[in-house]
Ligand binder design. Sequence first.
Ligand SMILES: Nc1ncnc2c1ncn2[C@@H]1O[C@H](COP(=O)(O)OP(=O)(O)OP(=O)(O)O)[C@@H](O)[C@H]1O
Ligand SMILES: [Mg+2]
Length: 305
Amino acid sequence: MSSVLAICGLNKTYDGGFEALKEIQLEIRKGEIFALLGPNGAGKTTLISIICGITNKSSGIISVNGFDIEKDYRKARQQIGLVPQELTTQAFEKVIDTLTFSRGLFGLKPDKQHIESILKSLSLWDKRDNKIMTLSGGMKRRVLIAKALAHEPQILFLDEPTAGVDVELRKDMWKLVRQLRESGVTIILTTHYIEEAEEMADRVGVINKGQIVLVEEKSALMKKLGSKQLILELQQPLAEIPEALKSYDLSLEGSKLVFTYDSNNPNNGICDLLEQLKADNIRYDDLNTKQSSLEDIFVNLVAKQ
Ligand SMILES: Nc1ncnc2c1ncn2[C@@H]1O[C@H](COP(=O)(O)OP(=O)(O)OP(=O)(O)O)[C@@H](O)[C@H]1O
Ligand SMILES: [Mg+2]
């Protein structure tokens, strides 16, 4: 699959010396949903703001659909729709006018049908003549999405689209994002909700302290999720894993013997392992199992740094 966004050696140091992004390398594939996960202050919004030309980078190269964000700024920007994290709307403007205006800003011809279909897909058609200030918070967020789509962008950035949004609207948004993807739009969303990444993403990236610490297919991550651990509390700590047990995926953590196995596989080896332990006279007081989740992977990655 070809890449629609390429980021190479990107660094950002804010005035005052804070290094918000360090040597970011990232390629986004055409038509994928990419979820960027990271704790508060990790650099997600900074990264998006740089790609969208709102914040200047310190160094590095970014190209959007082949257009360099500096040399070909207008063309690069035209490819992008941005739904910002902070609610920013012209309070006195009518919903429909803000979309029409935004489309015009990008130099596109008016297209009433397109605007109508966006408003309908976001359940805003009934509110089209309302002033934005009269809408609820969730509706305002929908207006921001509608506005970002008015110029038919190829890439849509959603910065925390469902923060502070109720369950129903969240589900609506997920549906809309999938529809957009089906129509060929590439979607990059940032989120704190691991559940959201699990639900939506084709690939997941984790950013922490300005560095990308993981980029992986969600399906590969889910495979990792399929792995489970059996933890045995040994009566006598072992100096090393005995020869007869070397064929098992085992590790020693103090007096704990940890067996990692595939929970999706009925022949996961637990019975054989326990028999082998008995044969080798390795005794344990207690045993329990642990399922790793995307959340564990995420927390581990972030804690390690
Ligand atoms: N204009 C600025 N000047 C100085 N530092 C800034 C500025 N904007 C952001 N930062 C710092 O850069 C870091 C990354 O901020 P950023 O907003 O990109 O994080 P984020 O990952 O989007 O966090 P959140 O999940 O809270 O939205 C933070 O430490 C922040 O304080
Ligand atoms: Mg942010």
